[in-house]
Design a protein around this ligand. Structure first.
Ligand SMILES: *[C@@H]1O[C@H](CO)[C@@H](O)[C@H](O)[C@H]1NC(C)=O
Ligand SMILES: *[C@@H]1O[C@H](CO)[C@@H](O)[C@H](O)[C@H]1NC(C)=O
Ligand SMILES: *[C@@H]1O[C@H](CO)[C@@H](O)[C@H](O)[C@H]1NC(C)=O
Ligand SMILES: *[C@@H]1O[C@H](CO)[C@@H](O)[C@H](O)[C@H]1NC(C)=O
Ligand SMILES: *[C@@H]1O[C@H](CO)[C@@H](O)[C@H](O)[C@H]1NC(C)=O
Length: 504
């Protein structure tokens, strides 16, 4: 492939296997394997939350995880493993002299600029990113060689996290307009070509687009394909739906219209309702869980027998519900748009990597406690994170402002890669959802009868909505810390209210 350099030779076997994969890909696409792994965290970031021991929290983070890719930066290449994030738009790496790395927390790698012959500072002190979960990273913008998946971007602008409370870097691949520098300077002209744009500029891919296949919760890895789609990684049709701009008219993030939700189980089929329909949801790979409005989340919890734990500040559910036959069907872009099935085994997550905590009272007493994949949120933007995204094959087209959606083909080992033909070509093999103007037609808002509820119980009994105030007894309260690395602070001036749909 174009741009293969000797820096790749300095890398370990894991990356070399990705190089091999990359070389099989046709021209105009770049393929990376992404590994699901725990996200090591900064002690201070976590201590701020509540104060239990580091040990407990690291276990928690192990169970949680995100998607990471290994790459090399600089000349000669320094190996770093970075989290993939569709919700932000800067690539950044911790500086090897950052205090968090001096404390030994940067297991996934850090960058020593003094050891790179090609390092150039381009924005002193201008890199400053904050994430929705309150974490942040600050330092200089620099340019250097960036090598991943056997391809090289020769002069990528990146952030160097000199002061950071996150112990690993990110690969933000969202819209360039959502770069931290744009938000900080309040100036659109401060935009630089971020990774997907730089790949186009370097001739590696034809248009600013990529496809994400996260695969099963139980699988170790998924993949991202820049510049193309893999028709063997999904089932049924790939459907193109609109991305919505924020209320100031700019496309900042991957907001789509969630227009219906059904709960389906052996005992029945309920159409759930919300005052917020059509719900603006951001498809965000950097967020572990999904967050929807309170009214519909209350119905979801009632269907599955999840309950909110005041102590954990999180909805929990008996781990045994992983084997429930019930599932949810998410509908997008109006009555005729694509639907994605999300099964319960993708929605019930272990709280720790060790022995799970147990309910100490109530109807679930003695059962293992798990975290539920759909949580409540008070205001937009609502988020569909990894607990949703694993069930979907998602194509992000940043030129036509469209998302391609299809049901994932879990564990598919076959591959048929099709490149986007040219700049601004639409998503290959995809048809546009008909009648997207109908997104604003609200479904009739009647409360469901919860006929599906008893079928969500793995024991076949009735749905369990018994409240257990002490579900969390014995657990440190910081178990509720979900990872939300979404959106640089440019979002602060991009209002994402329910008004976004009236713009079109
Ligand atoms: C690298 O990119 C920076 C910022 O976009 C630019 O100022 C510089 O001239 C570029 N360097 C090379 C060698 O292309
Ligand atoms: C996918 O593979 C994982 C790990 O091998 C396995 O646990 C899981 O059940 C598989 N999923 C499906 C849907 O076959
Ligand atoms: C559930 O009900 C909806 C609305 O009546 C219907 O469109 C859908 O096909 C049903 N799904 C199943 C699996 O029965
Ligand atoms: C989530 O719901 C619970 C229980 O209804 C409530 O106590 C909590 O404040 C809600 N959290 C958010 C963020 O809305
Ligand atoms: C919950 O735990 C507290 C403290 O351990 C105890 O005082 C209370 O009675 C328990 N409540 C229930 C409903 O078991």
């Amino acid at each position: 492939m174009k741009g293969y350099t000797s820096s790749a030779l300095l890398l370990g076997p894991a990356l070399l296997s990705q190089l091999a994969l990359a070389q099989q890909a046709p021209n105009g696409v770049v393929h990376w394997g992404i590994q699901k792994r725990h996200a090591p965290n900064a002690p201070n970031r976590l201590l701020r939350r509540a104060g239990p021991t580091h040990q407990a929290i690291l276990q928690n983070e192990q169970a949680r995880g995100g998607y990471f890719a290994t790459c090399a930066m600089g000349t000669p290449g320094q190996k770093v493993t970075l989290q993939l994030d569709t919700g932000s738009s800067d690539v950044w790496v911790p500086d090897s002299t950052a205090s968090i790395c001096n404390k030994g927390a940067c297991d996934l790698g850090s960058f020593d600029p003094s050891k790179s012959e090609t390092y150039t500072v381009v924005g002193q002190g201008e890199f400053d990113i904050s994430y929705v979960d309150g974490s942040s990273s600050k330092g200089d913008y620099f340019t250097d060689v960036f090598n991943i998946g056997g391809t090289t971007v020769t002069n990528l602008t990146m952030g160097l996290g000199a002061q950071t409370d996150i112990a690993y870097g990110l690969v933000g691949i969202g819209y360039a307009i959502n770069e931290a520098i744009v938000g900080n300077s309040h100036s659109l002209s401060s935009q630089y070509p971020n990774l997907p744009v730089a790949m186009v500029d370097d001739g590696l891919i034809n248009t600013i687009a990529y496809s994400l296949w996260l695969n099963d919760l139980d699988a170790g890895e998924g993949s991202i394909l820049f510049g193309g789609i893999d028709t063997k990684k999904y089932k049924g049709d790939l459907t193109r739906i609109r991305i919505y701009p924020s209320s100031n008219g700019y496309y900042f993030s991957f907001i789509v219209a969630l227009t219906s939700l059904q709960a389906i189980s052996p005992s029945g089929n309920d159409t759930l309702t919300s005052q917020e329909f059509p719900i603006p949801v951001v498809l965000d790979s950097g967020t572990t869980l999904s967050y929807l409005p309170q009214d519909i989340v209350d119905q979801i919890w009632q269907e599955v027998g999840a309950e909110y734990s005041d102590r954990l500040e999180l909805a929990v559910i008996p781990c045994s519900k992983k084997s429930s036959n019930g599932y949810f069907s998410f509908g997008f872009a109006g009555p005729d748009g694509p639907r994605i099935t999300v099964r319960m085994d993708e929605l019930v997550l272990d709280l720790t990597s060790g022995d799970p905590p147990k309910y100490t009272s109530g109807p679930n007493k003695g059962q293992d406690v798990c975290e539920f994949g759909i949580q409540n949120s008070t205001s937009a933007p609502y988020l569909l994170g990894d607990t949703f995204l694993r069930s979907a094959y998602v194509v992000y087209d940043l030129v036509n402002n469209e998302i391609g959606l299809a049901e994932t083909d879990f564990n598919s080992t076959e591959s048929n890669i099709v490149a986007f033909a040219s700049m601004s070509a639409t998503i290959p093999s995809a048809t546009q959802a008909p009648n997207q103007a109908a997104v604003t037609n609200r479904p009739v808002a009647t409360m469901p009868s919860f006929a599906a509820s008893s079928g969500f119980s793995d024991t076949g009994g009735s749905g369990n909505d018994g409240k257990d105030e002490n579900a969390s007894a014995g657990m440190p309260s910081a178990f509720g810390v979900a990872q939300m690395s979404v959106m640089g602070i440019a979002m602060v001036f991009a209002m994402v209210g329910s008004g976004v749909f009236v713009l079109l």
